[in-house]
Design a protein around this ligand. Sequence first.
Ligand code: LMR
Length: 354
Amino acid sequence: MKVSKLLIGLFAGALSLAAYAQQPIVIKFSHVVANDTPKGKAAEYFAKKAAELTGGKVKVEVYGNSTLYKDKEEMEALQLGAVQMLAPSLAKFGPLGVRAFELYDLPYIFPNKETLYRVMDGDIGKKLFGMLDAKGITGLAYWDNGFKQMSANKPIKTVADFKGLKMRIQSSKVLEAQMKAMGANPQVMAFSEVYSALQQGVVDGTENPMSNLYTQKMHEVQKYLTLSDHGYLGYAVIVNKSFWDGLPADIRATLNKAMADATVYERKIAQDENDDALAAVKKAGTTQVYVLPYKDRVLWHQAMLPVHKEFEEKIGKDLIQAAYNVAAQVEKEKAAAATAPAQKDKPGPTKTKK
Ligand code: LMR
């Protein structure tokens, strides 16, 4: 009799162990933006790909719109292992002690997306990811959002228009300096608090790519929008290092594949999401949209450029120079492509007349 009880117990134990072993590995992926944004959609895309490619061995739970953690909290939660994956803005790594990431915040540092992607996917991007190791974090990929626009409850056309404006920024020293360079008064605030702060006049304005501005309904509480493309906002997809290193190698390899697919998808939709958001803001008619003319772009650029010098030490003169070199290389290639004779005009091998 006793032996059978033992066997049943062992069998049950084995069963639950097997059942437990069948449990999927759960990845909690927290972020602060709306779901219908480049990052929101790509997080869902990654979740689907991860489940598909691992045959259900991994379950990615996406918590968007600060539902699980707000800005500052999510970084702490990642380091504690309470959440496994995030995709914070590149402007939010300073408080972690890696100010070099604020390279991405320098105004007008990226003249175009080619330069941006080469910086992200090249030596500079890798070097910055390397700095996260010591924080118990591993960088997996860079995701795109877009160039930022300025909005406020009074028209902002000239540098002088910024005087005394309270402008909400992300937790970046470079952005603080940028707003001060324009004569404004920068206010760091969690993303989830911006709408009500604008509505109540706690701040007068802010800066963001269109997809964030529209999906957070900021256009409902901002009378004026200036299309300035004065800076860039993108993301780093990061994981808790010990969680990631602890994964079975085959699972990690498959998740890297899923992340690579999601990154291609994310970058493909980013510009469209921003263009659609701008069209929707124009249609809503609650905000006057102003395109900053070239002559004023030059003046804004001149006013903001001293920030680059100011942060040479904190970010690293070599990193900033390396980004300038990438931009110059892209310009050179564009110029060469523009002057290269079109394929059809190229003299080919002389055809012997048949
Ligand atoms: C912001 O705080 O404005 C952005 O970083 C939000 C985001 O993640 O795009």
